[in-house]
Write a protein that binds this ligand. Structure first.
Ligand code: ATP
Length: 355
């Protein structure tokens, strides 16, 4: 039987609530395999307070030995000022493990109110470059201030970065409705987005069955509202992908439904698209769907990487159980329901048992 070592990092805000929920659902879905060796690891504010580091060295060393991990959100705003200039745990892990593809699906569900009930798409976001100053440099920050009144930001756009996220996006499209929309801002950032667009179009030639369109990012925000059902895979850069995936998550029902996988060539990290939601943290009312479905994405990634049917079966069980639970009308408060995190999780696990 396949065996996977999976790190579990609860992190901040609603992290402990949604990560615990996801782990319970994962355990229920893998009852007859694959075998899981779950490794709880310190990270976030709690680790900072207890161990002096938001991402302790032992956590990183253990993650190197893991096949993948489940990560909660971080709330770096709550960290002491001295910590805020450092990379937060999330950015540090994306950078260190070269998790270059951030895959963020957004789909509406039956019986769940949504502004865009026809939406069913995936955002493929480049995750290591662009204007994200905390991860686009080998050393130092991509943001700096030559005088107290002048601030500069450096953007990084490489052929390799564009090529690998483009290939990820086109492979995704081949398994879906075979459509890719490239999102850029070539009209004002002609060199950087010119390179990104050119490379994406070159990669597109390897996938002649896939229909390709391209949009300026401002136009894309309007198009997503006007015809949300039109889009299949959105291929874009780091910052645009971050912004667009909040929009697509909310349009398809709630940010609490929007999962994410941060994938590299050797490791992958399951992490919901939303943040730490400090306004509802600790109240037991967070929607765990995004984190549960992120965990299912991790199982699918492991299934593909290790040619393992049992990991795929576990992912499908988790996805079907979430779908059934939502269809049956059990919903958390963000979706207009009254179930708390525990009750919702219990309903999902009950639906796995009913298969
Ligand atoms: P970040 O910049 O760290 O991604 P953010 O500024 O986008 O974070 P979030 O923490 O994602 O903000 O929260 C935005 C809003 O969505 C908040 O009102 C929060 O309560 C709500 N929200 C986010 N995730 C969930 C969830 N899982 N369940 C219920 N509500 C959520």
């Amino acid at each position: 039987m396949a065996r996977y070592r999976i790190g579990v990092l609860e992190c901040d805000g609603i992290g402990p609530e949604i990560v615990r929920s996801s782990v319970s659902v994962l355990k229920a879905a893998t009852g007859d395999g694959p075998a899981l060796d779950l490794a709880p690891l310190p990270a976030g504010l709690d680790a900072l307070q207890r161990l002096g580091q938001a991402l302790p060295a032992e956590t990183i060393t253990t993650l190197e030995q893991c096949h993948g991990w489940i990560m909660g959100p971080h709330d770096s705003e709550s960290y002491p000022i001295s910590e805020r200039s450092k990379r937060n745990p999330n950015a540090e892990l994306r950078h260190r493990f070269d998790l270059y593809a951030n895959i963020r699906p957004a789909r509406a569900y039956p019986n769940v109110p949504a502004l865009a009930p026809t939406m069913d798409l995936v955002v493929a976001r480049e995750n290591t470059e662009g204007f994200y100053a905390d991860r686009n440099m080998f050393l130092g920050s991509g943001e700096f201030m030559p005088t107290p009144d002048v601030a500069l930001a450096v953007g990084l756009f490489t052929r390799r970065g564009a090529e690998r996220i483009a290939r990820t996006a086109f492979h995704l499209a081949m398994a879906r409705r075979k459509k890719v929309a490239i999102v850029h801002k070539f009209n004002v950032l002609r060199l950087t987005y010119g390179l990104f667009l050119d490379v994406c179009r070159e990669v597109a030639k390897e996938f002649p069955e896939v229909e390709v369109e391209d949009f300026h990012v401002d136009n894309m925000t309007a198009q997503l509202v006007r015809r949300p059902g039109h889009f299949d895979v959105i291929l874009t850069t780091n910052m645009f992908g971050d912004i667009l995936s909040d929009l697509t998550g909310e349009l398809s029902g709630s940010l609490g439904l929007a999962p994410g996988l941060n994938a590299g060539d050797t490791h992958a990290m399951a992490q919901a698209a939303h943040g730490s939601a400090p306004d509802i943290a600790g109240r037991g009312i967070a929607n765990p769907v995004a984190e549960i479905l992120s965990t299912a994405m991790l199982m699918r990634w492991l299934a593909d990487k290790h040619q393992d049917v049992s990991a795929r079966t576990a992912a499908e069980r988790m996805e079907r159980a979430v779908l059934r639970t939502l269809e049956s009308g059990v919903r958390t408060g963000d979706l207009g329901g009254s179930a708390n995190t525990e009750a919702f999780t219990g309903a999902v696990i009950g639906n796995i048992g009913r298969e």
